[in-house]
Design a protein around this ligand. Sequence first.
Ligand SMILES: [Zn+2]
Length: 421
Amino acid sequence: MKGSERMAARAARAIFLAVLVAAAAFLAFDGAFAQSDSAQSGRYPVATDVRLGGDLTETRLVLDLSRKIDLHAFTLADPYRVVVDIPEVVFRLPPKTGESGRGLIKAFRFGLMMEGGSRIVLDLAKPARVQKAFVMDAEAGDPARLVLDLVATDRASFLRQITLDEKALTQPTAVQPQPQAQSGDPRPLVVLDPGHGGIDTGTRAPSGQAEKDIVLDFAKRLRERIESAGKYRVLMTRSDDTYVPLGDRVDIARKANASLFVSIHADSLPHGEGDAQGATVYTLSNKASDAEAAQVAAMENRSDVVAGVDLKDEPDDVAGILIDLAQRETKAFSMQFAHKLVANLKGVARLHKEPLKSAGFRVLRDPDVPSVLVELGYVSNRDDLRLLMSDSWRDRTAESIAKAIDGYLSAHVASAPRSTD
Ligand SMILES: [Zn+2]
């Protein structure tokens, strides 16, 4: 190679490198831009409108989407439901969408089921078959559309269809405990369980605040309090707006070998059913301590129905009896913690007139982990709601629950480590 050729080659290489660097910089910039956009909606299809048509014989649901997606529809019985699983979608639908329906669709819900997956659950007025379920491409100025056609059927046919659907039925998988839970850290573990999440909003205040948001924020504050004291580890059954099936919440506590499980909820009374107020602490019992406790448990246990999870595999009665035998000691511990919790809350939070109750909550059924469920207050009561939405109330109450947890664990775990671990 002559000297001049070598220089030309070097120059070419320099230009090539410069172009490469510029391209990399451009790509990096583009990447950063795309990421901030994805927080809005760039990454996910957006649902912008929904329409229902038809009657009790045939009903059509149409959902407008920013782009075409895949879908999988199946049915569930008792109560009759149609579940439509789709990739994660940003729902930008008018408030109160789905609260009432039309024809075969009594009402419907939609939301995040797990990371990457959204779900629409339709409550049916009577048994119905999914005749068609498809998504049309956007064309000629029209958005992409998800179309679901339902046709009335009888119970026997409905149940037959479920058997056919069964193989295709996908259940959300258990949330993996965060890595910190499996570390060699010997400190006792507290599992905090913010109720509901994702498609399951829980109860709602008349002014619109959702239980799932209130309890998640509260649980995060509580986690912060416990962690900053440094004596215990904390694991949350959910730390964002995703749905976790009730059984998985219990499994998370058991698998992580938790010393205590605290489920956090907020209550409401239907309009016209009095005006209860204050916090209540619940422990597990097959027999509810009163009618209101039974009603609260029934509402909280509906979570899986709301989210479209199939319940038929839960052998409720048998499990109930077996668990009952194994659970006597755990129950005694749960009760001791519940008493401590009520005593601590007395100073800072308004308490229900009977603040300590028991009922058959699904999330309290771990035979090994002392478990309580706290209803922080009633979103249906104006004064309770004001407190529930207040930062200072949340902080004070989280502080008092953290103290109760410390009081209980110092007495039961630190002095008597679980030798079976
Ligand atoms: Zn709840």
